[in-house]
Design a protein around this ligand. Structure first.
Ligand code: ADE
Length: 230
């Protein structure tokens, strides 16, 4: 049975998890807190990284290398790009790109650095489990590209550019960096987001209003998945 990492970026993204798991043991490490716990007999480790790609890479690496987690699930919120996505809707990443990675001056495409990939794919088995959970619960689960950058996008032009350049359906600030870490360490990973805003000019206001509710929707879905993971 695998030890499962569940990470978020903000406290609000992991609080609904901590409210439901059992046997919590708090461990301080590298200026962060990691929560070892159990859920339905499964061993898990929960942490929030703080916002952005650097903190997310650090936390993902620690979850895999120090805590020896064998699978990683990310739970959180995102800004919608695809117009079919509304506040509270769930999206899973089939692939993730860094929209702010730019060495185009050297003839490379956006999101690419030598020896890297523009889009990193998530684990197919974990995605299948998510689709089964969605079906059981009668929920709509969208699957698509998620674009990541160290930028809260609250601008329609930037959103359109990310949409066009990466064929992305949603955007956030951690997923692709977690993907880089898990891919390098060969650990199956899964990124789930519930929509908190539409990344347009009102995104900041919408985020403040809907983030907590959407984070809870995502966290509850993740816990349903944990039961089905071998
Ligand atoms: N996470 C949720 N909404 C976001 C947005 N508009 N930009 C970046 N990350 C987000």
């Amino acid at each position: 049975m695998s030890k499962i990492a569940i990470m978020g970026a903000m406290p609000e993204e992991i609080e609904p998890l901590l409210a439901k798991v059992e046997n919590i043991k708090k461990i301080e490490y590298a200026k962060n807190i990691y929560y070892e716990a159990t859920y339905k007999g499964k061993e898990i480790v929960i942490a929030y990284s703080k916002i952005g790609k650097v903190f997310a890479s650090l936390t993902a690496t620690i979850l895999l290398e120090k805590f020896k987690c064998e699978k990683l699930l990310f739970s959180g919120v995102a800004g919608a790009i695809n117009p079919d996505l509304n506040i509270g809707d769930l999206i899973i990443a089939d692939g993730l790109s860094q929209h702010d990675l730019d060495i185009v001056a050297f003839g490379h495409p956006y999101g690419y650095v030598p020896e890297g990939e523009v889009c990193i794919s998530t684990d197919v088995t974990l995605r299948t489990i998510a689709k089964e959970v969605a079906k059981r619960r009668g929920l709509t689960l969208r699957e698509g590209v998620i674009a990541t950058g160290d930028q809260f996008v609250a601008n329609s032009e930037r959103k359109e550019w990310i949409s066009k350049t990466f064929k992305a359906d949603a955007l956030e600030m951690e997923g692709a960096s977690v993907a880089v870490v898990c891919d390098a360490l060969n650990v199956p990973f899964f990124i789930l987001r519930a929509i908190s805003d539409t990344a347009n000019d009102d995104a900041g206001v919408d985020f403040d209003e809907f983030m907590v509710g959407s984070a809870k929707i995502s966290a509850n879905f993740i816990l349903d998945m944990v039961e089905s993971i071998e």
